[in-house]
Design a protein around this ligand. Sequence first.
Ligand SMILES: *[C@@H]1O[C@H](CO)[C@@H](O)[C@H](O)[C@H]1NC(C)=O
Ligand SMILES: *[C@@H]1O[C@H](CO)[C@@H](O)[C@H](O)[C@H]1NC(C)=O
Ligand SMILES: *[C@@H]1O[C@H](CO)[C@@H](O)[C@H](O)[C@H]1NC(C)=O
Ligand SMILES: *[C@@H]1O[C@H](CO)[C@@H](O)[C@H](O)[C@H]1NC(C)=O
Ligand SMILES: *[C@@H]1O[C@H](CO)[C@@H](O)[C@H](O)[C@H]1NC(C)=O
Length: 549
Amino acid sequence: MLEIIFLLNLITYLNACADGPLGMSNGEIKDWQISASSTYPSMWDPDCHEKFSRLYVENGKAWCAKHRSDAEWLQIDLGVSAKITGVIIQGRTGKQEWVTSFMISFSTDAFQWQYITDKYGNQKVFQGNFDDHSIKHNYFDQSINARFIKFHTLQWYKHPSMRVEILGCQECKQLLGMPPYGRIKASSSLALRNKQSCQPNDGYLLSNKGWCPRKRNINDQWLELDIGHPTLVTGVVTKGKGDTNKNHWVTKYKLSFSNDSVVWTYYKDANHLEPKIFGGNADKQMERTHFLNNPFWGRFIRFHPIEWNEQIGLRAGAFGCPYTAPCQPGYFRVNENSNCIENLAFQKEAWANERKTDEKRSNRNSLKTRSFISLIQEGHPSLAVDGIDENSLHKCAIMDNYYSERPTLVINLGRMATIGGVVLKTWQGKGQDSNFAYRDYMYGLDRFSVFVDKKPITSQKNLEQNSTGNATIDNETKSKSNSQKIRLNESNLCNFVTRNNYAIFAPQIHLQCIKPLTGRYVYIQADGRSNRWSRLFSAVLCEVQVYEL
Ligand SMILES: *[C@@H]1O[C@H](CO)[C@@H](O)[C@H](O)[C@H]1NC(C)=O
Ligand SMILES: *[C@@H]1O[C@H](CO)[C@@H](O)[C@H](O)[C@H]1NC(C)=O
Ligand SMILES: *[C@@H]1O[C@H](CO)[C@@H](O)[C@H](O)[C@H]1NC(C)=O
Ligand SMILES: *[C@@H]1O[C@H](CO)[C@@H](O)[C@H](O)[C@H]1NC(C)=O
Ligand SMILES: *[C@@H]1O[C@H](CO)[C@@H](O)[C@H](O)[C@H]1NC(C)=O
């Protein structure tokens, strides 16, 4: 079922791709992507060149075939596959040369070609121009998927000369992993005293600087791009180091990729056994792009320099299809149109400072106002980090102030991270028969506060506890804290939400940290209202999602 939903979503997004010019006229298609069967020699006519085959290029210029023959063609490599809906052609203004009819063939690999056919199954003949300056648009009956497209000159006026544009959409040619979704790191980086260059962050394609490894000329260095979520990568691009008078760039590199940054695979072209060696740069500023003939899925991409000019200096980027389907497990969107990002809390260790002993648990049945909770056997803290975003009571963590004045959910992220914010999914009264239960939950609750700390604070007494190495909260410490009030340092407060305007009861509460906080423990503390006759309350958290700054 999940797979079907996934597919449907993928289809909607493919259909949503917008039709437009693919880059002949605006130069997004580079000269090296254009080739031809032959070209009229430039010593005879300098205005005839493949690079002038762009729609609206200056008057007098165009691609002109060398021979007046119906076997001539102009080929465009779009880099990555496109959904093509039609083409536009134009003659050579001022020279009285144009193509009056043509055919189109296309390919995904430049190896197997097929022609666009008409309704009888014959190679379709498209109507060309009537003069040397007007443009002629031809729709295809059906759109095609192709990376390479060829215009075959069939008939012409005076000489087969043309300028063209291709219409379609190319979802998979967008830069991936740009800030804020992208992160970048490196095997090592030059420790400059002022750290104003050479850092991993200077290795972004859009930076004006560049990354350099600490040791000047050693192998096994890498620059790693984390694009945030597993994504289809269709190409890579590199540049040299921009902010130096020296000539530092990478001339050859390999590429590896991974979903978890543990298991890595070297990129190989289709039908190749050895990792591909990519040609790098020849100067500091020019981008060098490679379209992959074997696009891959991955979240982490490493560039491994193997040869360089003088010293390693690198800026790198990757492009592909932005991921728009539902996020994979362990990832989430902060709002419905933002990118999928990693949920640091996903399936991590979580506990609450209360409700430990069965003896106490049985007591609660005696409390009338809280009887609804007794119907629920579980409510375990781990339900808030299980990745199951379901708004039903038995799928949610329940915290109450029965044993602890300020019940607190603690999540051990398993590593240090600088937290950008937290998303809380709250219970909306579903999965519970009695409406009264939900009101009870609502009336007593006053505030959620989110804290981030390096230490596993379970009570005041344990503030100075050993926090080196991995978090090991022994059972004793946990249970000791059950009846104690957790005191978190206000300077570790990420943010909070109160019951003003019922903000605390929204289905989704996004709390962005008001300052960067680094830690491995996230605390979500609930406070009750002080002015109510019953001080009892429950806080129900169906999912807690945490993201890195
Ligand atoms: C990464 O995940 C995607 C989608 O889940 C999968 O198709 C791909 O094979 C994985 N890639 C690697 C390198 O494990
Ligand atoms: C903290 O715990 C580690 C591992 O359990 C131990 O090696 C270390 O000596 C402890 N440090 C302190 C200050 O207690
Ligand atoms: C922390 O835990 C991880 C995995 O559970 C383990 O690989 C690592 O060695 C541990 N680190 C310390 C300092 O105990
Ligand atoms: C601590 O808790 C774990 C799991 O909850 C359990 O397996 C273990 O026996 C407990 N240890 C002690 C000393 O109670
Ligand atoms: C809270 O944290 C700040 C900064 O880390 C520290 O100076 C202060 O002493 C802490 N307060 C308490 C009560 O621990």
